[in-house]
Design a binder for this molecule. Structure first.
Ligand code: PMP
Length: 325
C-alpha cells in the first residue's frame, strides 16, 4: 500500500513475493525512515487460523510512525493487510500442536526520491511472511545474556520506544560482542545513570521474586512489548502479583546471590518466553534459578502459549480469528 502526500493511502495490492525496486536516492536508504512490526499467526485445534493481538501491533506501528514523522496507517488497514496475506499463505501456517507459527513482518519505508533531510512525502507499507519454527525445538533451555554497562540502546528523548530500524543498527555491534561471549542478547541499562535495567536487544525482561513479578517500567527508552503487556495480565490471572518497577543492575546481582530473585526471563513475539540462566557482565558472572528453567517462567510460558495456539480460552479477547481450512 502506498501513501502520497495530498492523496493518502492508495493502491493496496497482494503480489507474489519478490524484490522491491527503489530509486538509489529514496530517502529510506539515506536517513533510515523505516519502521516495522512482528506478529504471529497460529493454527487452532479446529484447523482455523488466528493472529495474536494484531490491533496492538497496529497501534504500536502508528506510534512508531508518528515518532519518526511518518503518516499513520489506520488500525483496520494494518489488520486487513495482515489478514489478506495470512489467507493467501494459509497453507504455510503450520499444523496445530506445536509452537510453530507463520511470522508476519509489516514494515513501512520512505520512498520519496531526494536527499533533503525532512520527513518524506511518499511511503510504502509492505507485509511479508515466513514460517517460524519453535524457538526451542529440543525443549526449553535457559540462555546466557550479556549485561552491558557501557553500550546503550536508546537515550531519553530518543526513539527507543519506537520500532524503527535505526535502533537495531545501533545495537548490532553490542549484539556481536554478546555473541562472542556466548550470549544470545545484550541486556541494556539506562543511558543516564548506567544503572537501571531496561530490556534486551529484542526482548523485554521480567524479574521473579517468589510470587511477585516485576518488569522494567516504560521510561520512553524501551519498547512497549506486546508479550510484556500480555504477561502482566496472564500473571495476574495465575495469581501472581505482577507490576512495573525499576530494577538496578546492582540489585539484580545482589538479589540473585542472596536468593530473593528466584527467576529471570525474557519475552517477545519470537521466543514467547526464554528463561535466563546465566548473566555475564564486566563485573562478573552469575546464575539464575540454578541454571534451570524456573517454575513461574514455565507456568507463564505455558499459559500464554495455550492462549496463542487455541488450547486455552481466550478470556482477554486477544485472538483475531481468520477462518481457515
Ligand atoms: N524489545 C525490543 C527491542 C524488541 O525488538 C522486541 C521485539 N519486538 C521486544 C522488546 C518484544 O516486543 P514484542 O513482545 O511486542 O515482540
Amino acid at each position: 500500500i502506498r501513501w502520497t502526500e495530498g492523496r493518502g493511502w492508495h493502491d493496496g495490492q497482494l503480489v507474489p513475493y519478490g524484490p522491491l525496486s527503489l530509486d538509489p536516492a529514496s530517502s529510506v536508504l539515506h536517513y533510515a525512515q523505516e519502521i516495522f512490526e512482528g506478529l504471529k499467526a497460529y493454527r487452532r485445534p479446529d484447523g482455523t487460523v488466528a493472529t495474536f493481538r494484531p490491533d496492538a501491533n497496529a497501534r504500536r506501528f502508528q506510534y512508531s510512525a508518528h515518532r519518526i514523522g511518518m503518516p499513520e496507517l489506520p488500525v483496520e488497514t494494518f489488520v486487513e493487510a495482515c489478514d489478506a496475506l495470512v489467507r493467501q499463505d494459509e497453507a504455510w501456517v503450520p499444523p496445530h500442536g506445536g509452537e510453530e507459527s507463520l511470522y508476519l513482518r509489516p514494515f513501512m519505508i520512505a520512498t520519496e526520491v531526494g536527499l533533503g533531510v525532512r520527513p518524506a512525502n511518499e511511503y510504502l507499507f509492505v507485509v511479508i511472511a515466513s514460517p517460524a519454527g519453535a524457538y526451542f525445538p529440543a525443549g526449553v533451555k535457559p540462555v546466557a545474556i550479556w549485561a552491558s554497562e557501557d553500550r546503550v540502546r536508546a537515550v531519553p528523548g530518543g526513539v527507543g520506544d519506537a520500532k524503527t530500524g535505526g535502533n537495531y543498527a545501533a545495537s548490532l555491534l553490542a549484539q556481536a560482542e554478546a555473541a562472542e561471549k556466548g550470549c544470545i542478547q545484550v541486556a541494556y541499562l539506562d543511558a543516564v545513570e548506567h544503572k537501571w535495567v531496561e530490556e534486551l536487544g529484542g526482548m523485554n525482561l521480567y524479574f521473579v521474586y517468589g510470587n511477585r513479578i516485576v518488569t522494567p517500567t516504560l521510561t520512553g527508552s524501551l519498547l512497549a512489548g506486546i508479550t510484556r503487556d500480555s504477561l502482566l495480565q496472564v500473571a495476574r490471572d495465575l495469581g501472581y502479583e505482577a507490576e512495573e518497577g525499576r530494577v538496578s543492575i546492582d540489585q539484580w546481582q545482589e538479589d540473585s546471590a542472596n536468593g530473593t530473585l528466584t527467576e529471570v526471563f525474557a519475552c517477545g513475539t519470537a521466543a514467547v518466553i526464554t528463561p535466563v540462566g546465566t548473566v555475564k557482565s564486566a563485573r562478573g558472572e552469575w546464575q539464575q534459578s540454578g541454571g534451570e528453567p524456573g517454575e513461574a517462567t514455565m507456568r507463564l510460558r505455558e499459559a500464554l502459549l495455550a492462549i496463542q495456539t487455541g488450547r486455552a480460552e481466550d478470556t482477554h479477547g486477544w485472538m483475531h480469528e481468520l477462518g481457515g481450512e
